[in-house]
Design a protein around this ligand. Structure first.
Ligand SMILES: Cc1cc2nc3c(=O)[nH]c(=O)nc-3n(C[C@H](O)[C@H](O)[C@H](O)COP(=O)(O)O)c2cc1C
Length: 336
């Protein structure tokens, strides 16, 4: 008899879809969600997702192979829709028989969902509005993640609590919906499951797990931070619609303002088009995040973190984090 019967029952559809013991995804985090963290999450009964980010097909190929060597459990791959080699990356996932591909960062380009499904994999999509969610689910998306602005990394403008009220009553019966953004404890998981979610996705809570390769100084910055330190970037130029990023305040967040001014100037001069301008902004983030996660430059790098960072106070093995989340959810449901 499991220690979490009520939670597992409410996660039943999500668990069947993912093929994991618990319907808890660790959302892809560029540089952080690599073989070690992904395999640890899946080995602990959750569902790990490799962050492909700006990787080339060869690098992704190596990362998937290395992850497979560390776990026999299912895991997914997160691909950014604007990656110039998206279809080659899809082919790499297909060759490895990856069971779940998460498409992040925008509306999936024509043919991408079909290409993933042709290889027998399931497609997980993000949607910032209900109308787009319905369209993507009609167009072949097998499951949906709704992610609120409390989350770390790139964010939309609406809070998780509001998205959950808008999406779940409409979609939860017929579709598989996972909730992400601002989840730090199991009581919140219980609440979203009761609203109809089949599972949840967390990032910030797992970023500093023992198995995470993030630099010790990156982890220390998380342990010290409070919710209010994880702030969203602001858009400086109305013509340059940069997607806001939530990260811990530091010199790097200020440098982002300078980067925006620089790219806006290039737009003015007509030396780049809008697509190229946005790509440059994304490259800035990828580079800055690498500096913080890998090099430990917590001053100039990007410390992407969600508001739940205040609940991350020490390094814990993934299995303990998942165990606490499940126990808190179960206790909450049992008190009802
Ligand atoms: C350091 C960091 C990097 C992230 N990188 C990515 C990414 O590359 N692709 C993506 O789809 N989401 C990314 N995210 C979002 C997470 O996958 C996840 O959805 C989010 O962290 C959930 O909200 P939470 O931080 O409140 O738990 C990132 C989040 C963090 C904290």
């Amino acid at each position: 008899m499991s220690a979490y019967p009520k939670t597992l029952q409410m996660m039943k559809r999500g668990r069947a879809f993912l093929g994991s013991e618990y319907a808890i995804l660790c959302g892809a985090m560029s540089w952080v969600s690599e073989r070690n963290l992904v395999s640890a999450i899946s080995n602990a009964g959750g569902f790990g997702v490799i962050a492909c980010g700006a990787m080339t097909p060869d690098l992704l190929d190596a990362e998937i192979a290395a992850t497979k060597a560390l776990t026999a459990k299912p895991f997914g791959v997160n691909l950014i829709t604007m990656h110039p080699m998206l279809f080659d990356l899809i082919a790499v996932c297909a060759r490895h028989g990856v069971g779940h591909v998460v498409l992040a960062g925008g509306i999936p380009p024509k043919g991408s969902v079909e290409a993933i499904k042709a290889a027998g994999a399931k497609v997980i999509v993000f949607a910032p509005t209900l109308a787009l969610a319905k369209k993507l689910l009609r167009g072949g998306g097998d499951a949906l993640v709704i992610e609120g602005m409390e989350a770390g990394g790139h964010i939309g403008p609406v809070a998780t609590s509001v998205l959950a009220q808008e999406f779940l009553p409409e979609l939860a019966e017929e579709h598989l919906v996972f909730v992400a953004g601002g989840i730090g404890r199991g009581e919140a998981i219980a609440g979203y499951l009761e609203m109809g979610a089949v599972g949840v996705q967390l990032g910030t809570r797992f970023a500093c797990a023992t198995e995470s390769i993030a630099h010790p100084d990156f982890k220390k910055a998380f342990f010290r931070a409070n919710a209010r330190d994880a702030v969203a970037s602001t858009q400086l130029d109305p013509r340059l619609p940069v997607i806001p990023v939530r990260a811990l305040k530091n010199k790097g967040t200020e440098e982002f303002a300078a980067k925006q001014r620089e790219v806006a100037l290039l737009l003015d001069q007509g030396s780049v088009d809008m697509g190229e301008a946005q790509l440059r902004i994304e490259h800035f983030w990828a580079g800055a995040l690498r500096r913080a996660v890998i090099d430990g430059d917590v001053e100039n790098g990007s410390l992407m973190a969600g508001q739940s960072v205040g609940m991350v106070t020490r390094e814990e093995p993934v299995a303990e984090i998942i165990g606490s989340l499940m126990a808190e959810s179960e206790a909450a449901l049992s008190r009802r």
